[in-house]
Design a protein around this ligand. Structure first.
Ligand code: PEP
Ligand code: MN
Length: 377
């Protein structure tokens, strides 16, 4: 894969969210850890709904940025498609009356222009737009010469390349204030969620670009207000920088995403329950032990890699032999035996069966791939 680099400004250099979140339990507040909280309704529906929600959120003192969708990308055409540009004046009023920063979703150059001229503070690109490089490029062109932060949601499908590409396009347009939003991925069966979190994808993004702020949107991952807390906690335990959670003064009456929205009071409660853990252990005895155990793991990882390399050499030898003797690659009986015996051994050693099945599968796939290459030479 082509190298991935972004030229971005660290979050704390352009967004001041240093004030402790008073609704965090004391222990966390004392350690000055503050996830960035973005909240507001899925859709702006009326001036009253927007302002009531915003005022209630401002009162929680936990929220820094107010979100509301004005142009809604709906899957089916007969759903509520947002109030459009009419909502911009409501967002202005939110900013003036509450001091919250405002953000909206943009999907076209026209949305960008309208939002910027109406002093929206931050823009976000939605999952259905990130999938389309043409649309992202058009938005990027519209952003040239404008200094506004942009948040990029992951694409609907679990393709990290599209996410990286969208981030690069926005960055190449000169935008250095960028946040990635993890909102889960459509998979044929995402149960119990609306969108599968597939945490490996945002983790890979964080590995590729450690300075990029990544926040989690548990609302669109879960699609269900009952599951928000556990997904939010997981995001915090993976050291994500914040959360975007949909709130509505009357979630049952919401015109879009009703089942996943909560009230501002429920948001406050949810945040107060989150455990924000430390990055570094404070206790030096524990720190030493952690270092010690990690160095043992490093040794084992190196051994695993050596063993895998040895295994692949044997696979190649066998591949050459099979080719010379005109023998098939896959011999299901032999493979069955390997799986059966490995599972038996693994289970006796306390390894999880599902994990082992997955592991054996990737090793086997690679082995077949190696022998196929030899056959095709
Ligand atoms: C939204 O944030 O309301 C939205 C439409 O999200 P997504 O692009 O993640 O579906
Ligand atoms: Mn929504």
């Amino acid at each position: 894969m082509k190298e991935f680099t972004l030229d971005i400004l660290p979050l704390h250099e352009w967004l001041d969210f240093d004030a402790c979140l008073p609704c965090l339990p004391d222990r966390q507040a004392a350690r000055q850890v503050h996830p960035l909280i973005i909240s507001g309704p899925c859709s702006a529906e009326s001036r009253e709904q927007v302002l009531k929600t915003a005022h209630a959120l401002a009162e929680t003192k936990a929220v820094k940025i107010f979100r509301a969708g004005l142009w809604k990308p709906r899957t089916r055409p007969d759903s509520f498609e947002g109030v459009g540009a009419a909502g911009l004046a409501w967002m202005k009023q939110v900013k003036k009356e509450t001091g919250l920063l405002t953000c909206v979703e943009v999907a076209t150059p026209e949305h960008v222009e309208l939002s910027v001229t109406n002093n929206i503070d931050i823009l976000w690109i939605g999952a259905r737009t990130t999938v389309n490089p043409f649309s992202v490029q058009e938005i990027a062109e519209a952003l040239k010469g404008i200094d506004i932060p942009v948040m990029v949601k992951n694409p609907v499908n679990p393709d990290i390349g599209l996410w990286l590409g969208a981030l690069e396009r926005i960055n190449h347009a000169g935008i250095r204030k960028i946040i990635a939003i993890h909102r889960g991925f459509y998979t044929y069966n995402s149960k119990p969620y609306r969108n599968s979190p597939i945490w490996e994808i945002p983790i890979e993004l964080m590995r590729l670009c450690p300075e990029l702020p990544v926040i989690c949107d548990p609302s669109h991952i879960t699609g269900n207000y009952l599951l928000l807390e556990s997904v939010s906690q997981k995001a915090m335990d993976l050291e994500m920088d914040g959360l975007m959670i949909e709130t509505h003064v009357n979630p049952q009456k919401a015109l879009s995403d009703s089942g996943q929205q909560i009230t501002p009071a429920e948001l406050k409660e949810l945040i107060s329950k989150l455990v924000i853990r430390n990055h570094y252990p404070e206790n030096s005895g524990f720190r030493d032990m952690l270092e010690q155990l990690r160095s043992e793991i490093d040794v084992i990882d190196a051994e695993l890699i050596h063993l895998l390399s040895k295994r692949m050499h044997l696979v190649e030898q066998i591949g050459n032999y099979k080719k010379e003797n005109n023998i098939t690659i896959l011999q299901i009986k032999r493979w069955n035996k390997v799986v059966r015996e490995s599972l038996e051994l693994g289970e006796n050693l306390g390894l999880n069966k599902e994990f082992l099945v997955k592991l054996l599968r990737v090793i086997h796939e690679e082995s077949i791939q190696k022998q196929t290459e030899i056959f095709n030479k």
